[in-house]
Design a protein around this ligand. Structure first.
Ligand code: 2B7
Length: 640
């Protein structure tokens, strides 16, 4: 390239985009499935900006047959294409090829600075093997194509256009991403939420693979969103009437939509959004909401003298079972945290308190039966908290963690005490427990056999969980406490390995354990400490060769590889207990030979995870079984 065409400006441009390609994680979090979809969210968010500012009403997302290419269209103003006199480039090209191009082109109020501050388009372009931007403006179509972030040619005039808008078609780069196939279900869920948060917006999702088009439009806004969340969670509301608030205060620079309902659920589920960006880690707006709710309900309860003497009501009691949708629009959101999932604007907290608190209080006073139902729910929560505190202190007294003598009797502990080296096998049944105890490496491997089925922690309150011997034994063995008393520093084992039979009973027990961890020891999952062992189901012997198969499919694969007239011996293990200790060690316990699956909770999409746990722990055992089969085998194999 000659010096004339390759000027200083274009060098910085290339350096910028090269930096994105060299360290994509810095911009989109990673090159996994979540990073791949992040590209799409960036483009969709640019279209949503046009909607939020009142210039667009319609977005169409279209997935190609192979799901490797995606197109997004809006009917907004169309990205400007005029030439910037200094650079000699069109605004369109600048937006798609330079970092930090945001802001200059757009003085609109609610900009989705979802972490990338307007550089989304160029980041997506840099990480796409090909991208095409089409603009409809002033009766014309303008097109520019790019490869890996670099223009293939100048902006070209295309067909005459009716109306205005922007279309972006891109194919993520397979050199960058591990997997480049878009997930239609995940996309549909996200678009559905966007439609709830922008009343009057129509979003279409076209899947060319199935030929189906789904349309998302929710004129009921957050009120309908709350209904759908309640339905998906199988919530039982304590009062039929939800609290709804819609406010637009241009002077304060704040627009707010809020829907609240109290339910019989034992968790609190707040889904908050800033300029339609999910704020998974909360922030100042959620703080404001919490404060407003706690003060309003407290004042209602004391106004009607609903709290008996001697009973203490805490904020957490008021928030138990609360399901909330909070969507705000502000001018200059500042996001914080690793994944930019937390709102950091300090002024927002007080703005929300002063907006929500008096109106919620007024609502409760005017709808006394709703207020009473909520008050009863709060009192029930306070009583349950008291009961579980009493039970918890009992458990602690029974088994102080520092004292090995107080570990559960059926635990076969290991000799080492350094959690970096130790592992706890949680095993189904005494007979498998016996095999594991004999076969293990006593130095580093401990075994805790479970008798019978574990309590379903999804359907039981904390007090009941603390009453369940299998679970309290497990917590005592782990030593790290549970719930808000979880302390990773006291964890006695670095790996917690669930080892159950490879049948549906075994899967069920593993599921119940995972549910318990998810609800009461989420930190353990978050720290990547929970694993599933993979015991074989078949042994295939042929002459001197021995093969192990985890399931029918891998058995068939092994058999297919044997010589045509081979007569192999096939042993099917009915359960772990049938396996001699030495074999159990060789196939499932030995760190050098075994396969473990690490259980991770995708933090990409909280509602999705929640839904999975709900499905998983719903009435149908089939759904649970399917979950374990699907998730365990799609989980990454790890080699230890
Ligand atoms: C900061 C950048 C990204 N932009 C504009 C105007 C309209 C517009 C956009 C867009 C995604 C897929 C279809 C402003 C903003 C660039 O400057 S981006 N529409 N849609 C979009 O990206 N959709 C704009 C002022 C006057 N006229 C147009």
């Amino acid at each position: 390239m000659s010096a004339q065409t390759y000027n200083a400006d274009s060098i910085t441009v290339l350096e910028g985009l090269e930096a994105v390609r060299r360290r994509p994680g810095m911009y989109i979090g990673g090159v996994d499935d979540s990073g791949l979809h992040h590209l799409l969210w960036e483009i969709v968010d640019n279209a949503i900006d046009e909607v939020m500012n009142g210039h667009a009403t319609r977005i169409v997302v279209s997935l190609s047959k192979d799901h490797h290419t995606i197109s997004v269209s809006d009917n907004g103003r169309g990205i400007p294409v005029d030439i910037h006199p200094k650079t000699g480039k069109s605004a369109l090209e600048v937006i798609f090829t330079t970092l930090h191009a945001g802001g200059k082109f757009d003085n609109d109020a609610y900009k989705v600075a979802g972490g990338l501050h307007g550089v989304g388009a160029s980041v997506v372009n840099a990480l796409s093997q090909s991208l095409e931007a089409q603009v409809r403006r002033d009766g014309q179509t303008y097109i520019q194509k790019y490869k890996r972030g670099k223009p293939v040619g100048p902006v070209q005039k295309g067909e005459p256009a009716r109306g205005s808008g922007t279309t972006v078609i891109f194919t993520p780069d397979s050199e960058i991403f591990r997997e480049t196939k878009f997930n239609a279900t995940l996309i549909a869920e996200r678009l559905d939420v966007k439609a709830y948060l922008n009343k009057g917006l129509t979003i279409q999702l076209v899947d060319e693979a199935s030929g189906e088009t789904v349309e998302f439009r929710h004129d009921g806004g957050v009120a309908d969103f709350l209904d759908s969340v309640n339905a998906k969670r199988n919530d039982v509301r304590v009062a039929t009437l939800p609290f709804l608030l819609e406010r637009d205060d241009p002077a304060e620079g704040l627009r707010l939509s809020l829907a609240l309902a109290w339910t019989e659920a034992t968790d609190e589920d707040t889904r908050s959004f800033v300029n339609t960006i999910p704020t998974r880690d909360g922030g100042t707006h959620e703080q404001g909401l919490r404060e407003a709710v706690v003060v309003a309900v407290n004042r209602f309860m004391s106004h009607h003298e609903l709290v008996k003497k001697g009973m203490e009501i805490k904020g957490e009691d008021i928030r138990e079972g609360l399901v909330a949708i909070l969507s705000i629009f502000i001018r200059e959101p500042q996001f914080q945290g690793q994944t930019k999932g937390r709102l950091n604007n300090p002024e927002v907290r007080a703005q929300i308190v002063s907006l929500v608190r008096p109106r919620l209080e007024d609502f409760l006073l005017k709808n006394k039966s709703v207020g009473d139902a909520i008050a009863n729910r709060v009192i029930q929560a306070a009583k349950a908290r008291e009961a579980s505190r009493a039970a918890a202190s009992q458990v602690r007294r029974k088994s102080p963690v520092s004292n090995r003598l107080n570990l559960p009797g059926k635990l076969a502990d290991c000799d080492a005490s350094d959690a970096d080296q130790t592992e706890l096998f949680v095993v189904e049944g005494d007979s498998a427990g016996g095999s594991a105890k004999q076969g293990r490496d006593r130095d580093t491997q401990a075994v805790l056999p479970l008798r019978g089925k574990v309590l379903n922690a999804e359907q039981a309150g904390k007090a009941k969980v603390l009453d369940n011997k299998e679970l309290t034994d497990l917590v005592s063995a782990l030593g790290c406490g549970m719930g808000d008393q979880y302390d990773p520093a006291r964890l006695r084992y670095g790996k917690v390995i669930i080892m159950t039979d490879a049948d549906s009973d075994g899967h069920h027990i593993a599921t119940l354990l995972l549910t318990f961890f998810y609800r009461h020891l989420p930190g353990l999952l978050g720290d990547g400490r929970v694993f599933l062992a993979c015991p074989p189901l078949y042994k295939v012997s042929h002459g001197q060769e021995t093969h192990w198969a985890l399931d029918d499919a891998s058995r068939d694969k092994i058999l297919a590889k044997l010589p045509k007239n081979a007569k192999p011996q096939i042993t099917r293990f009915k359960g772990l207990g049938e396996m001699p200790p030495k074999l159990l060690f060789e196939t499932t316990l030995d760190p050098l030979r075994r396969r473990l699956l690490r259980v991770v909770v995708p933090d990409d999409d909280r509602p999705y995870t929640e839904k999975t746990v709900c499905d998983l722990m719903g009435k149908e055992p089939e759904a649970r079984f399917k979950f374990i089969m699907d998730e365990a085998y799609t989980a990454k194999d790890i080699d230890i």
